[in-house]
Design a protein around this ligand. Structure first.
Ligand code: G6P
Ligand code: MG
Length: 225
């Protein structure tokens, strides 16, 4: 097969932390008197912490100094960390480990590519730190998705050329980042939202190696192998 490595986003692909992000942002927006809905929360998927705060302040029509913004982002993160500190291995989304194990049995390398600076803690809490051959996250990269930096970094760490990586992403910005990296992209979630992805499934429980091979053929990689 063409793909040598699979790179997984974390939030929304391997674990559902979007709900914890939402609760922490909601607590902050309630304090600030900003109306913030679950629909607004969709806009924050895949977006870095500070960029998320900027979007929230824009929704609330508030302008703050950088020092105040930093304080608010830190406060939100404190509340978020209180939640994720209680995560358990039961929170790994269905089908994740089965699919990753199938890939590993077939010599496909596995990496994580997430904007979250809390990645190490989440991986530790849900007990999958050792599953990945490489981890690229918000602590090791500086340009936010849709910039491809985080996926290039993962490919680099794995020593696999970008063109032979496939990315699994639930966020629009993440799909764009994968495409900008020249990688195969499988969207996780809604086909209407992730329409630029090469293929969309509802969750990793719908994925298997065969589907990836069929996608490679459809994309015309077959004759290159
Ligand atoms: C992921 C999530 C975003 C979050 C970002 C930063 O991309 O989808 O909602 O804002 O990570 O997370 P952090 O844990 O560093 O605040
Ligand atoms: Mg995500």
């Amino acid at each position: 097969m063409w793909t040598r490595a699979c790179i997984f986003d974390l939030d929304g692909v391997i674990v559902d932390t979007a709900k914890y992000h939402f609760l922490a942002w909601k607590r902050l927006t309630d304090d600030l008197g900003i109306i913030f809905t679950e629909k607004d929360n969709e806009r924050l998927k895949g977006v870095s912490r500070m960029a998320s705060l900027e979007i929230i302040l824009e929704i609330g029509g508030k302008k703050l100094a950088m020092s105040e913004k930093k304080e608010l982002a830190d406060l939100k993160n404190k509340w978020y960390v209180e939640r994720i500190a209680r995560m358990t291995p039961q929170e790994i989304l269905p089908g994740t480990l089965e699919f990753i194990n199938e890939l590993k049995r077939n010599d496909v390398k596995i990496a994580l590519g997430s904007a979250s600076r809390n990645t190490p803690m989440i991986l530790e809490r849900v007990g999958i730190k050792n599953v990945f051959d490489a981890v690229a996250d918000g602590n090791s990269v500086h340009k936010a998705k849709p910039d491809p930096e985080v996926f290039f970094k993962a490919a680099d760490l794995l020593d696999v050329e970008a063109a032979r990586c496939a990315v699994f992403e639930d966020a629009l910005a993440g799909v764009e980042a994968a495409l900008n990296a020249g990688m195969i992209c499988i969207g996780i979630g809604d086909k209407n939202i992730l329409k630029d992805a090469h293929m969309v499934v509802s969750g990793l429980y719908e994925m298997d190696l065969n589907k990836l091979i069929i996608l490679e053929k459809k994309l015309g990689y077959e004759h290159l192998i």
